[in-house]
Design a protein around this ligand. Structure first.
Ligand code: PGA
Length: 251
């Protein structure tokens, strides 16, 4: 049985007071979350605040990004060891915003995956096609290429230390969600591709869906056999919505 994971990706949102309010709101509603593991990925500067406020709860912390380097003269970067130092369990790698806005290619994403894994973090490895790619019929080819960047270079055993997030780029922040069937198809494809390398890893690895997951579509998405939770952007900024998504995974 794969335990569902619901992770909030706050992106570059918040302020000290808003973050405090959001965290207190999440804490207040955790009793209703029966099945899912819950995680939040605040902007780096709010990680210490989140760590303090979440102490004693089961909510895990994650970074939204991580450097490919272990340390040194890399202005503006954050090392995996620093995330570990502040109690992070997860690090998002390969988010489409990093890929498209900051030019991170498959090679860089794979390096980030490996650096995070080696530091003891659980990488949340994002893959997903653009609308153009979907309409052009290349969804599977794109996902395969993105997955293989880690699978071929580091192997299924390395991938097993992570979580995969399928995030169709056309569904991120657009209010346009993949239908449960559309998402399930790609999730099954991803699991099948991992299975071709290692069946046990494919069976155990969690594959999250991300892209306009909201309280009103979360249950149906998470009921799909290969969807093991969600990576939540916009809806993770409101405690009641985020909690509603977390409880939608209750079994
Ligand atoms: P969204 O973002 O839920 O706002 O679509 C998801 C993500 O980018 O991880």
């Amino acid at each position: 049985m794969r335990q569902p994971l619901v992770a909030g990706n706050w992106k570059m949102n918040g302020s000290r007071s808003a973050v405090g309010e959001l965290l207190e709101g999440i804490k207040a509603g955790l009793a209703g979350v029966k099945t899912a593991e819950v995680a939040v990925c605040p902007p780096y500067v709010y990680i210490p605040e989140a760590s303090t406020r979440l102490a004693g709860t089961a909510v895990a912390l994650g970074g939204q990004n991580v450097s490919t380097h272990a340390g040194g003269a890399y202005t503006g970067e954050i090392a995996a060891s620093m995330l570990v130092d502040f109690g992070c369990k997860y690090a998002i790698v390969g988010h489409s915003e990093r890929r498209t806005l900051y030019g991170e290619d498959d090679t860089v994403v794979a390096e980030k995956f490996e650096v995070a894994r080696k530091a003891g973090l659980v990488p949340i490895f994002c893959v997903g096609e653009t609308l153009e790619e979907r309409e052009g019929g290349t969804t599977e080819a794109v996902i395969a290429r993105q997955l293989d960047a880690v699978l071929d270079r580091f192997g299924a055993a390395a991938l097993a230390a992570g979580v995969i997030a399928y995030e169709p780029v056309w569904a991120i922040g657009t209010g346009r969600t993949a239908s449960p069937q559309q998402a399930q198809e790609v999730h099954a494809f991803i699991r099948g591709r991992v299975a071709a390398k290692d069946r046990a890893v494919a069976e155990a690895i969690r594959i999250l869906y991300g892209g306009s997951m909201k309280p009103d579509n979360a249950a149906e998405l998470m009921a799909q056999p290969d969807i093991d939770g969600g990576l939540i952007g916009g809806a993770s900024l409101k405690a009641s919505d985020f909690l509603a998504i977390c409880t939608a995974a209750n079994r």
